[in-house]
Design a protein around this ligand. Structure first.
Ligand code: NI
Length: 167
């Protein structure tokens, strides 16, 4: 947080199928796996391009019924809310290590993007799936989750939350 690349508008990728994109995706997959994250946006590895990756772990690890989903790579993604309904949920971010906050997000969205093989993705998502997409695409516009929070008093260190949960 605070790095200029995380605050700027990321650039559109001219050729989603270029070898540069594949290299960037490989780098991001490693970073996401190392950090055990649900998603990652290119600005988080200091590349100001419109590229996000995300996945959903097998259910049991998630707080809602979103289905497990293998890693999805989206070049130049767009997200639109399908209605006004929002839901609060806990989020963390690899760019704000150790922190969690309660963030309102649209419950149902439609998102589109291009895969590095040129295929178009056009999906309706809800719950955690919709939340992860909104979080990652926000990074492309320089928005970090605390900027979406309506109650900053919920911004907490994970270590303190564990302490609370443990009593
Ligand atoms: Ni993030």
């Amino acid at each position: 947080m605070g790095h200029p690349v995380l605050r700027r508008q990321a650039d559109t990728i001219e050729d989603p199928t270029s070898p540069d994109v594949r290299l960037l995706v490989r780098d991001m997959l490693e970073t996401m796996a190392d950090a055990n994250g649900l998603g990652l946006a290119a600005p988080q590895v200091h590349v100001a391009k419109r590229l996000v990756i995300f996945h959903l772990p097998p259910s049991g690890n998630v707080q809602d019924n979103s289905e497990e989903m293998p890693v999805r790579v989206l070049v130049n993604p767009t997200v639109e809310a399908l209605d006004d309904e929002r839901e609060d949920g806990w989020e963390g971010c690899l760019s704000l290590p150790g922190l969690r906050g309660l963030v309102p997000r649209f419950q149902r969205v439609r998102y589109r993007g291009i895969r590095p093989n040129g295929e178009i993705v056009d999906t309706v998502a809800e719950g955690l799936h919709a939340r992860v997409v909104q979080h990652e695409c926000d990074h492309l516009d320089g928005i970090l989750y605390p900027m979406r929070m309506t109650d900053l008093s919920t911004l907490s260190f994970e270590s303190e939350m564990r302490h609370t949960a443990d009593g």
